[in-house]
Design a binder for this molecule. Structure first.
Ligand code: FES
Length: 244
């Protein structure tokens, strides 16, 4: 028999400052292979037309549907209700600026992070539009691709104890991005230059090792390996072993 799911959903609209945050309850009959995306749309269509939440791709690619599902950061579009108990509590991701109900602004945070770490190739070489595409060994391309699989959903940041208590922490997403450019031979930055950016408590040394980022990443980006790689590089450079 189909289950009846009870959704407790955080409601707050910063555009209505007089109205206090509250939890609203909705009941829904579960259908086979129902995702939270489908459930939330049904709730909005049938019961709560003002409910706010974000979706674009519905395929775990755009990273816009992150939310706290029974206390854990998850992508709503790839979370099946059959994997959840009958009582489901949905909250917006913490750390990010609230837009309304379950919708948060991850874009501003990720832009800030990318600007702080210089999240682009740094080189003095002139770009030649006519030149052949630069080749690189397959193994290296895969290493870069592994880091580039981050969809900037914010689940790693929302589940991170350090990011929740200090807003200047770059978090796993930021350190993964740094690792991506550290291995890229087209980026001319030295490890000493990277040290200036992430060699502090706001960067590689602020992580207290609870590993929630790694557990919560919906793309299974190897975030712990990336953190270890960045820390090792910085430490080796400090000891004079890494000359780049
Ligand atoms: S809707 Fe794009 S990741 Fe979920």
């Amino acid at each position: 028999m189909a289950r009846t799911l009870t959704f407790k959903i955080f409601r707050y609209n910063p555009g209505e400052p007089g109205v206090k945050p509250r939890m609203d309850e909705f009941r829904l009959t579960e259908i086979p292979m129902m995702t939270l995306f489908v459930a939330l749309n049904k709730i909005r269509e049938e019961q709560g037309p003002s409910l706010m939440f974000d979706f674009v791709c519905r395929a775990a690619i755009c990273g816009s549907c992150g939310m706290m599902v029974n206390g854990e950061p998850k992508l709503a579009c790839r979370t099946l209700t059959q994997d959840l108990p009958e009582a489901v509590t949905l909250m917006p991701l913490p750390v990010f600026k609230m837009v309304g109900d379950l919708a948060v602004d991850t874009g501003t945070w990720f832009r800030m992070m990318n600007e702080r770490i210089g999240g682009w190739i740094h080189t003095d070489k002139m770009f030649d539009l006519q030149a052949e595409e630069a080749r690189m060994p397959n193994k290296l391309a895969i290493k870069i691709y592994d880091a580039d699989r981050c969809i900037e959903c914010g689940c790693c940041i929302a589940g991170c104890a350090t990011a929740n208590i200090r807003e200047d922490f770059l978090g796993a997403a930021g350190l993964n991005r740094v690792a991506r450019f550290m291995v890229d031979p087209r980026d001319d930055r030295s490890t000493a230059q990277y040290f200036e950016v992430v060699g502090t408590d706001e960067g590689a040394f602020g992580c207290v090792g609870l590993m929630a980022c790694h557990d919560n990443c919906p793309q299974q980006v190897p975030l712990l390996d990336q953190l270890a790689f960045v820390r090792r590089k910085l430490a080796f450079a400090g000891l004079g072993f890494d000359k780049k």
